[in-house]
Write a protein that binds this ligand. Structure first.
Ligand SMILES: Nc1ncnc2c1ncn2[C@@H]1O[C@H](COP(=O)(O)OP(=O)(O)OP(=O)(O)O)[C@@H](O)[C@H]1O
Length: 329
């Protein structure tokens, strides 16, 4: 049986199709990523799968439980860590876990056993008696993940698990996520707008834009489908200086957000010539870089746009500011 089956799932808010007829399957033990910019429809998708929002149309099953007809069955099968923190800051780590266990009617002995095991898994056992309000952002996120696993879900939803965390904490969290996937063999659905996160963690990725899945495969296959190497030239006036010019060196050229991107094989052999041609045409070149295709290139290839990192970073900063406000739970 598939862990998750999604068929033509759609969610409309008024005229807006936030999720537009998406379909995918997830295997048992697989880490599946939904990668896309802010507003792409990632949170809405997992809210429907977690029975928190009803779809406008379409169907989804979690280990055979229909998200509309068997909501209890779905809820028992899933653990959720959403973007907004939902821990009680005035309770200790242990108390937060215990409270959650009671909600799921887990008996005391099992609760204690699992709480100890999970707090050890996420490296918080030593801090079990400390109030959550003394925890850093990364520790809180780890505690939320441990809590989401307490009732032994078969599928774990992680909505932007490392949003707003610094790179080092993000790395630690990735290690914990990998470890729990290996130790518990649970299926994990991650939403993220961080390409590196999707690349590192996910067995397969669905690239989502404006409510639609535009590509779906393993990170490696997605990148290799791009073909060749990528040369990125930052230039404010490329478009105006070259207008409709196309060069022999590649039929794959994109211009987006002030960056001119050329895809071709053996890029290093052609780089000097490309730069000299552009210089002759008086194109202003601010910087040049050359790399193997990344998931950002994959996104650009399928959508003609970049994942708007600036906007995402702005959102991260806003969230951090909000979380630092005293008294926020
Ligand atoms: N309750 C709602 N009412 C109206 N529009 C909504 C609602 N929830 C989401 N949307 C809209 O649906 C679209 C998809 O939002 P969603 O939150 O699923 O995106 P996302 O990919 O998760 O991005 P983010 O990480 O910013 O949350 C956006 O245009 C958003 O404004």
């Amino acid at each position: 049986m598939k862990a998750v089956t999604v068929k033509n799932l759609t969610k409309k808010f008024g005229d807006l199709k936030a999720v537009d007829s998406i379909s995918f399957d997830i295997e048992k033990g697989e880490i599946f990523g939904l990668l896309g910019p802010n507003g792409a429809g990632k949170t809405t998708t997992i809210s429907m799968l977690a029975t928190m929002k009803n779809p406008t149309s379409g169907k989804a099953l979690i280990f055979g439980h229909d998200i509309l007809k068997s909501q209890d069955g779905v809820r028992k099968s899933i653990g959720i860590v959403f973007q907004d923190q939902s821990l009680d800051e005035e309770l200790t780590a242990w108390e937060n876990m215990d409270f959650h266990g009671r909600l799921y009617r887990i008996d005391k002995e099992t609760r204690n056993e699992r709480t100890e095991e999970l707090l050890k898994l996420v490296g918080l056992f030593e801090r079990k008696d400390d109030l959550v309000k003394t925890f850093s952002g990364g520790m809180r996120r780890r505690l939320e993940i441990a809590r989401g696993l307490l009732h032994r879900p078969k599928v774990l939803f992680l909505d932007e698990p490392t949003l707003g965390l610094d790179p080092q904490t993000r790395n630690y969290l990735w290690e914990y996520i990998e470890k729990l996937n290996q130790d518990y063999k649970i299926s994990i659905i991650i939403t993220t707008h961080y390409m590196e996160e999707a690349d590192r963690l996910c067995d397969r990725i669905g690239i989502i834009d404006k409510g639609k899945i535009v590509a779906m495969d393993t990170p490696e296959n997605l990148k290799s489908k791009i073909g060749g190497d990528i040369i990125t030239i930052k230039s404010p006036d490329y478009r105006e200086k070259l207008s409709s010019n196309r060069f022999w060196w590649s039929d794959k050229q994109e211009f987006s957000n002030g960056f001119f991107t050329i895809t071709l094989s053996n890029a290093e052999e052609h780089l000097t010539e490309i730069i000299s041609q552009l210089t002759k045409l008086k194109v202003t070149i601010t910087s040049v870089s050359m790399h193997r295709p990344t998931l950002e290139d994959v996104f650009l290839h399928y959508t003609g746009r970049r994942i708007r990192d600036e906007e995402a970073d702005f959102k991260d900063r806003m969230r951090m500011t909000m979380h630092k406000r005293p008294g926020r739970h």
